[in-house]
Write a protein that binds this ligand. Structure first.
Ligand code: ADP
Ligand code: ZN
Ligand code: ZN
Length: 676
């Protein structure tokens, strides 16, 4: 009799053992999918982790219902990677399985499986329609060629190399040449981007060269399309090039030779919610290592972790500090809006100089990008009479007003509310909008420049893949003069005709109470500035701030990465922050507010027994209740040299101890390792 230990798509640490019916014995293997009963009624698609003949020690052993594959659908290397992620990021293998496979490969009930199988077959035929054979790789410039050669040279002695190239230096062209070289050598390449918006443009550039051997993978594709890419990867003829966002590290590969992590500094490479809370750049390094592949990390503004490693010689380092065609870096004008507000010279969110610059750009048929890091119309609404602010019923946050549908939305749980006719506290009908969202910026633009056409790119306007593509293509074709957006417009987009970039409010980023806020502001503001003047003329950037005299603003203006890095690193060292220390946030969630306080104190006390003064907290996080669950946070700062295994074992032991207490019923404990 054979037994199979299987991984279920549930937050469970352990595998579950089922009996293998005789008719499946010949075909069942590690990595195959099986349909298994679970509990009294449920049926799940599970992954076989081990087949063996040791009868487990419990009376009734359930049997597998169905074997879905005769060859493994999850490869040995994938299972190895899952194991690493579960152990490093302290989560369960079941959570990784859920995240790693497209939905269509893990349907819950058998009917759905048959349905999906039918659809999948159809899709394969469809897939070939985007193939074309036009080939074009660009004549690299001298500076680009030099960087290319240096990358090759550094790969002789390093597995990972940082390409530190200013915005618009032509990093993408270097990647294209590098990808071509690896593919010609018969290797596979993974090209990772931090943002779906970016894949649109890069796909177009790459398709011209690699169309017949390239697959694109991200969450805005339909499930069937993602299943098709996945299936192709385990077929005899896998894609040679995969372009994708962070989840593409979960695809099966056969002979991966190179991973490119573009815009490696982007915090969106870290998954926040739900588990696995993995960092795709760091996981990519582990993946590359498993294949003996090289990794190129590209950016104009390296993350501290990566720059630090490059300076210490752990990673190779290649610099490219001129823009393609030698176009000058944009000229950044700092606009002190504190003064202007006092003198009442601002028109809404716009300073007079910015208005003049936009006017001039519009006259010269140039385009403008405006960056405001908040979506919606206003951050919140307030009763002018009594100060009442509408808040979410389930989360500890005020609601964001969306004017288009006259709705209040919770940006944490997604619940929407209608705007009350009058204030429920005092009965007055006098609401004021506080704060600035992209929707309000668009309104103000229409008032100041009625003849200008606008596009808006934020979470509200990009619900589907086509909406991304439409916005980006329309702006590239100059169907609009002004693009207004959240951080989505800051990342790596390449438009030829943009002469002006306006940063409407740099301060909300700078004022975040977080040790990374300077580093993050430098990245974001330098990146958005880099969207200006990419093709011929030098671009102009208007950076509106109340902190015009601060060091960080000066460093951004002078593109002085080194001083920003150096100053911040001194602080990080003094206060025991990354990259000198490793952080782990422990979160506790419970629906009882009083109980969570006690439980968090208990857990912190237990942690202090093992970790001493490396423990900080417990604290209430900035939003201390989400979806009716109260949250507490405990921070652990650990020496970089400490064994991750020992730390994990200590944490999981304390977690079990906590959860064993009857009073802890309903308590949820989870970890964020290397939080961003
Ligand atoms: P980066 O990724 O460094 O910001 P890009 O790779 O997007 O820069 O290059 C900026 C612009 O210059 C793009 O429009 C690109 O097409 C163009 N470009 C860069 N290198 C070349 C080249 N060797 N030949 C032709 N065009 C190039
Ligand atoms: Zn009121
Ligand atoms: Zn909410």
């Amino acid at each position: 009799m054979l037994y199979a230990d299987v991984i279920l798509p549930l937050p469970l640490h352990d595998t579950f053992t089922y009996a293998v019916p005789q008719n499946m014995e010949d075909n069942i293997k590690r990595g195959c999918r099986v349909v298994v009963p679970f509990g009294t009624k449920k049926i799940y698609t599970a992954i076989v982790a081990r087949v063996h003949d040791q009868r487990p020690d419990f009376p009734e052993i359930k049997s597998i219902n169905e074997l879905l594959d005769t060859t493994p659908i999850v490869t040995e290397k994938q299972l190895q990677l899952w194991k690493w992620i579960a152990s490093y990021y302290i989560c369960t293998i079941g959570e990784i399985y859920k995240a790693a496979l497209p939905g269509g490969l893990k349907p819950k009930d058998e009917n759905a499986i048959r349905e999906k199988n039918k659809r999948r077959r159809n899709l394969f035929a469809q897939d070939d329609t985007f193939l074309n054979n036009e080939k074009c790789v660009s004549s690299l410039s001298e500076a680009q060629q030099k960087a290319f050669d240096e990358i090759e040279e550094s790969f002789k002695s390093h597995n990972t190399t940082l390409l530190h190239g200013v915005t618009s230096s032509g990093k993408t062209e270097i990647y294209i040449n590098l990808i071509k070289k690896y593919i010609d050598e018969g290797k596979q390449v993974l090209y990772m981007l931090p943002e779906i918006a970016l894949t649109t443009q890069i796909t177009e550039r790459l398709e011209k060269v690699f169309s017949d051997c390239m697959g694109v993978y991200h969450s805005k594709f339909t499930d069937a399309q993602r299943v098709a890419v996945y299936q192709k990867q385990i077929s005899n003829e896998p894609f040679k090039l995969i372009l994708g966002v962070r989840s593409s590290i979960f695809l099966p590969y056969t002979n991966l030779g190179l991973i490119i992590v573009d815009e490696e500094h982007e915090s969106s490479y870290k998954q926040q919610e739900p588990a696995p809370r993995y960092h795709a750049r760091n996981t990519a390094l582990v993946l590359a290592n498993m294949y003996g592949a090289k990794t190129l990390l590209g950016t104009a503004t390296p993350s501290f972790e990566v720059y630090h490693a490059a300076r210490k010689g752990k990673y190779g380092y290649v610099e490219l500090n001129q823009r393609y065609k030698n176009v000058k870096l944009p000229d950044i004008h700092v606009v002190d809006i504190k003064e202007l507000r006092r003198k009442k010279l601002m028109k809404g969110a716009f300073s007079p100089v910015l208005i003049d610059a936009i006017n001039e750009a519009l006259t010269n048929k140039k385009q403008v990008i405006l960056f405001q890091n908040r979506r919606g119309f206003s951050n919140f609404i307030e009763c002018k009479n009594c100060g009442w602010v509408p808040r979410c019923e389930h989360c500890d946050v005020s609601l964001t007003y969306h004017k288009k549908n006259n709705q209040l939305t919770c940006h944490y749980c997604g619940n929407t509310y209608t705007l009350p006719e009058c204030c429920p506290a005092c009965g007055e009908k006098n609401f004021i909008n506080k704060g600035l969202g992209t929707e309000k910026v668009e309104d103000q633009i229409k008032e100041i420049f009625p003849e200008a056409t606008t596009l808006r790119m934020d979470l509200d306007t990009t619900r589907s893949r086509t909406s991304y593509e439409n916005i980006i293509n329309d702006f590239a074709e100059h169907k609009a003069d002004i693009l207004i957006g959240t951080q989505m417009v800051t990342k790596g987009l390449d438009f030829d005709n943009v002469s002006i970039v306006g940063i409407l409010d740099a301060d909300t980023m700078l004022n975040q109470p977080d040790f990374r806020s300077y580093e993050r502001s430098f990245h974001t503001l330098s990146q958005v500035a880099g969207r200006a003047g990419r093709k011929d003329q030098q671009g102009q950037v208007f950076l509106q701030t109340r902190n015009a005299d601060s060091d960080i603003i000066k460093q951004i203006v002078e593109n002085d990465y080194w001083n920003m890095f150096y100053n911040q690193m001194m602080e990080r060292k003094d206060f025991h922050y990354p990259p000198f220390y490793r952080l782990i946030n422990v979160y506790l969630k419970h629906k009882d507010n009083q109980l969570i306080g006690h439980l968090a104190d208990d857990m912190a006390a237990l942690l202090r027994k093992s970790f001493g003064d490396r423990i900080l907290g417990p604290d209430c996080p900035p939003v201390a209740r989400i979806q009716s669950m109260y949250i507490r946070k405990i921070m652990i700062k650990i020496e970089i040299t400490a064994s991750t295994e020992k730390v994990r074992n200590a944490l999981t032991a304390i977690q079990s101890q906590m959860l064993q207490q009857p009073v802890a019923h309903g308590l949820n404990i989870y970890y964020d390792v290397d939080p961003m």
